[in-house]
Write a protein that binds this ligand. Sequence first.
Ligand code: SAH
Ligand code: SF4
Ligand code: F3S
Length: 373
Amino acid sequence: MKYFIVTYGCQMNVHESEKIATILENKGYQCGQSREEADIIVFNTCAIREGAEDRVFGNVGALKKLKRKNKDLIIALCGCMTQKEKTAEYIMRTFPFVDICIGTFNLPKLGDYIDAVKFGRRQTEIWEEGDIDETIAYTRTSGDNAWINIMQGCNNFCTYCIVPYVKGREKSRKEEDILNEVRSVLKEGKYKKITLLGQNVNSYGKDLLPAVSFAKLLKDICLIPGDFTISFMTSHPKDLTDEVIDTIANEDKIEKYIHLPAQSGDNRILKLMNRKYTREDYIKIIDKIHAKIPNCRITSDYIVGFPTETEEEFQRTMSLVEYVKYDNIFAFMYSPREGTVASKMDGQIDEKIKHDRVNRLLALVKRLQKEEK
Ligand code: SAH
Ligand code: SF4
Ligand code: F3S
């Protein structure tokens, strides 16, 4: 029996798919090379922008033919998109050949849903919250890099973002559990890189008793003997402490690289986004990083066309990008997500304007990268 997993979205989903592979292998499935030869196909979905969801709808629709050829094929959808009840209902209604449609917190029970489907029942279940999934992925797929989850969820409620609604509130894993996973990964001998994952790694451990800081976690991982490097994502500028910057500067094992999403260079828009820092705060952090960590690579995410964003405000994003001299940025056109605060704001921006702004921003980054060389 073969499985095939299709993954959308961020690195956390890539890692989650490794856990899905582990669950499937424990049930006797082996990794297949294509959808055609699979006995079970799992779509691990993303809800961050409308485009991500449209791709899932299109690709799920295309499975109808396969199911006609192979009646026993099991089709399962999980992840951030199917955590939304309305979307899950729509999928079950529109695609009668989908067998399993579950939320993010139901994933550890995937094996049970598969058993139930074999008895002929379609399965859909969405839990509103859940404990941290401590499944250890032994089927790692990213070469010599091992992803390690340090926390789940997000408390920030940036007004454009769906993540807090589909991943729940911030919960940190126990430090000892993380250290043990790092040790066991290193013992395997094939991993040279450890990448720590969380939506907001800088607030790691605030919810633990006693509290543990992200800087302490980093230092404790560095104490583990072995020849390996550590990186992490994502950092929220409001929580990036001096102690973390100093730790990156002082520890040889930590990669000199920070992904620090700014989202906008304009204070009015940052406020509307609920990002809780100003352009000036952000610049201060960047200057500190440059001063303390020479040659530190810095990347960022930006959103253009947030509701009511004017041309002048967009120009302030352009000028911030020009100031920082990033190694790279990801630029996104704002995509309204149902249920978020920003999706209900007046002054939604025309698609044409969003396209134009994203193109100008990307052209700027290209020019700056050329000038650097
Ligand atoms: N937790 C991370 C980012 C997670 S989502 C952080 O806070 O930085 C990855 C990126 O997707 C975000 O940084 C943002 O730039 C983009 N994004 C999130 N919601 C979006 C939306 N509704 N429209 C467009 N881009 C969005
Ligand atoms: Fe979304 Fe903001 Fe949380 Fe990042 S910090 S996941 S952008 S709500
Ligand atoms: Fe990641 Fe997409 Fe979910 S970016 S957290 S998979 S909504």
